[in-house]
Design a protein around this ligand. Structure first.
Ligand code: SAM
Length: 268
């Protein structure tokens, strides 16, 4: 990687400018991308899927790491020739031109794999939900979000940011914010600051039916977060359901912890 031109020179050489419609805000400082990859690893020879490599700053750091294989999924075809220049012919790098919302990750990698991404903000949350609730489970996920979304993902019960995304994420994974980045770290800078979240799936990950029920339960409870559960959960069983789950029917959604929501989902 050392003898490659800088990311900025590479973008200029290919005449590439960021497109808003693809949520493109690039990390051009390799010190930053190397730090994210250190926080994501060690990979110990496992494969890494990187969603939205763009000009390849994170990709370069991944290729310097102990990842056994690096699989890129990029929707913007303009970046494919530039990314191909990172291929040393060893077979370690695979470039998939496609939409990460539609790809089947299990077909891209063999065995357990990590996910690393500076996510396009416009599809960050749907992608996270896909990886949390879909049929393919990553070994770990290290994802850059808008700071406000990162805070919601990792929010503890009772905090202002605690909501649906916190419950669904933390039912499946241990979630920690591991790095904050100001808007000026990106080219072009977005309007808001960003943060990296590291997520490790739990061994007692709920099954698909429980997760579906959890999605319904949290939609109803946080859809009317100021109401007591006996009222917000009425269509799903109200006070009777709460009592069966050992959850106070007079509680409001933001005071019910993840274990409480899981009991509600299982009692429903
Ligand atoms: N990883 C690069 C970096 O850190 O500089 C680029 C990050 S940029 C925030 C998001 C990237 O995701 C862009 O390259 C964009 O083209 C790509 N992208 C947007 N939507 C996508 C999708 N649905 N599937 C795959 N890639 C997507």
């Amino acid at each position: 990687m050392a003898d490659l031109p800088s990311l900025r020179e590479t973008l200029d050489a290919h005449g590439l400018l960021a497109k808003k419609s693809f949520g493109q805000h690039f990390l051009l400082d390799l010190n930053v991308t190397r730090k994210i990859v250190r926080l994501a690893g060690p990979f110990e020879g496992r494969a890494v899927i990187e969603v939205g490599p763009g000009p390849g700053g994170l990709t370069r750091a991944l290729l310097e790491s102990d990842a056994g294989a690096v699989v890129l999924v990029e929707k913007d075809a303009r970046f494919v020739p530039l990314l191909s220049e990172l291929d040393d012919g060893s077979g370690r790098l695979t470039i998939v031109e496609g939409d990460a919302l539609k790809v089947r990750e299990a077909e891209l990698v063999e065995g357990p794999a990590h996910l690393v991404s500076n996510l396009p903000y416009n599809v960050g949350t749907p992608l996270l939900i896909k990886w949390l609730t879909g049929p393919w489970t990553p070994h770990a996920l290290t994802l850059m979000f808008q700071k406000e979304v990162a805070e919601r993902v990792a929010a503890p019960v009772g905090s202002d940011a605690y909501g649906r995304l916190s419950v669904i994420t933390q039912a499946v994974c241990e979630a920690r914010v591991v790095m904050d980045l100001p808007a000026r770290a990106f080219t072009p800078p977005p309007k808001v600051a960003s943060a990296v979240v590291h997520l490790v799936p739990r061994v007692d990950r709920p099954d698909t039916a429980t997760l579906k029920r959890l999605e319904q339960m949290t939609a109803a409870a946080f859809g009317q977060r100021r109401k007591m559960l006996r009222s917000s959960l009425k269509p799903l069983g109200g006070a009777v359901l709460c009592e069966a789950a050992g959850v106070d029917p007079d509680a409001r959604a933001e005071t019910v912890d993840v274990a409480g929501f899981l009991r509600l989902a299982r009692a429903g």
